[in-house]
Design a protein around this ligand. Structure first.
Ligand SMILES: NC(=O)c1ccc[n+]([C@@H]2O[C@H](COP(=O)([O-])OP(=O)(O)OC[C@H]3O[C@@H](n4cnc5c(N)ncnc54)[C@H](OP(=O)(O)O)[C@@H]3O)[C@@H](O)[C@H]2O)c1
Length: 424
């Protein structure tokens, strides 16, 4: 059958492995159905497939037919939209947490072909009011945007949403969904064409990248944050050309292995598995996840920026007008408490809250205390903003943006996402 597929993963030149040709018709396992594809849509994910990049534990089995989304007909002629998310049949609850979660063109062939095999539940009857063309783009990007906006963000009509990279797949879906839901949509784009597209799709205001937005962030949260007096010899070594990369190379090759061996020894000695807050440093090093390479690159870039820009940042501290919550632990061995104290003194409106005994990996070792502190701080900031709003209504009604920025060491946050679900 006709198919558009990736012959192999090509990181440097993904389009070089794009083939428009013939592939065998799909095998249809028990419980699956065959869809004759009439429409399919492109996604940035197709570039990842051509690059051989996947979030799955197993590498992509090339040749792989591209395409996450589509619409078409079943063998009995009924019209269907293809729902892109698959997983283990016995998984219950949030699908995105299923370890077997996957979409088309990762483990099974995608939709850019005459036929695609899909689990029966993924062939959804197409409502009469939606054309096959529209249905074919309503998959991965729109579902992602829908979940971000309506399941996760908590935004309500009348509030403001800032969409960055306004001409992108998820961004264009967000703009349209946001406008339909009565949210004030602001979008940024690097190009004039991108901003015009965002406006055509309904964005109320658009901005170039880096342009100053008319309203400000209302709160900042710093977790075990860097600041005055935090740089030591290790930071200088990691930021130095050559030695930094060498340390990172050793770290991402050897450290996970050493850390896991050490953790296993400790667990054996204790006769039980370790809790996530025990030996958190070693756990972070030992289980860096598939993203550890990018994480290390980010870490090195941060180190260099830290040494280059710390002085400049120290000068800028006084200009931060938003209320700031500083969370720190006196026993943090990586960033000294004195840094948090100096930051608190230099920031015009800061509150320093100590979480004793958790060390540097605050979110990991004391997730509840950190989450409680953030929730209480945001509630207080919101109450204050509401009082200000009541006052300012008398002078013509200034509206407020509900927003906070959380800044933390990315390694300190590793593995702590669960703690923040529902934190807002
Ligand atoms: N697509 C999906 O179904 C999906 C699903 C889940 C998660 N995601 C994630 O969502 C994010 C966006 O994905 P997407 O598919 O929407 O990607 P996309 O279509 O490539 O859009 C990304 C947008 O970001 C902007 N951008 C690109 N490079 C940039 C740069 N160097 N500096 C500043 N802005 C830049 C561009 O917008 P402007 O040119 O307008 O500035 C671009 O259109 C990715 O992180 C992706 O992994 C995507």
């Amino acid at each position: 059958m006709f198919a558009v597929y990736a012959s192999e993963g090509n990181l440097e030149n993904p389009l070089a492995s794009l083939v428009v040709g013939e592939r065998p018709e799909p095998i249809v396992p028990e419980g699956w159905v065959r869809v004759k594809v009439s429409h399919a849509s492109l996604n940035r994910h197709d570039i990842f497939t051509l690059m051989g990049v996947t979030a799955q534990a197993v590498p992509i089995a090339f040749p792989m037919i591209l395409g996450n989304d589509g619409a078409g007909t079943l063998d009995d002629g009924s019209e269907v939209i293809i729902y892109p998310v698959m997983g283990s049949p016995d998984w219950r609850g949030d699908e995105t947490l299923d370890p077997d979660w996957n979409i088309f063109s990762e483990r099974v062939p995608g939709t850019f072909a005459d036929y695609v095999a899909v689990p029966r539940r993924n062939a959804i009857s197409r409502p009469a009011g939606i054309s096959a063309l529209d249905a074919s783009v309503l998959g991965t990007a729109w579902l992602t945007a829908y979940r971000m906006l309506f399941t996760k963000s908590g935004l309500k009509p009348g509030q403001t949403m800032l969409v960055q990279g306004g001409s992108g797949g998820v961004a264009t879906a967000l703009i349209q969904l946001g406008c339909a839901a009565g949210i004030e949509v602001w979008a940024t784009s690097r190009t004039r064409e991108g901003r015009e597209l965002a406006e055509r799709l309904g964005a109320h205001r658009t901005f170039a990248n880096g342009e100053k937005l008319p309203r400000r962030v209302e709160a900042v949260i710093l977790l075990a944050s860097v600041g005055p007096g935090c740089v030591n010899g290790w930071d200088r070594l990691l930021a130095a050309p050559g030695t930094g990369q060498l340390c990172a190379l050793v770290a991402w090759r050897l450290t996970p292995w050493i850390a896991r061996a050490r953790l296993a020894r400790t667990a054996r000695r204790r006769g039980r598995p370790l809790r996530p807050d025990e030996h958190a440093n070693w756990q972070v090093w030992g289980h860096p996840g598939r993203g550890h390479r990018p994480l290390w690159r980010t870490f090195l870039t941060e180190q260099r920026a830290l040494l280059r820009e710390l002085g400049e940042l120290e000068h800028a501290i006084a200009s931060v007008q938003a209320p700031v919550l500083l969370l720190s632990d006196p026993r943090d061995t990586l960033v000294p408490l004195d840094t948090a104290r100096r930051l608190a003194r230099a920031l015009p409106d800061a509150r320093l809250q100590l979480i004793d005994g958790a060390g540097h990996h605050l979110p990991r070792r004391a997730p509840d205390a950190v989450a409680d502190a953030i929730v209480a701080f945001l509630a207080a900031a919101e109450a204050q903003a509401a009082r200000d709003e009541t006052r300012s209504l008398t002078f013509g009604g200034r509206r407020r943006v509900k927003s906070a920025v959380v800044l933390a060491d990315p390694l300190a946050l590793a593995g702590s996402a669960d703690a923040y679900r529902g934190c807002g």
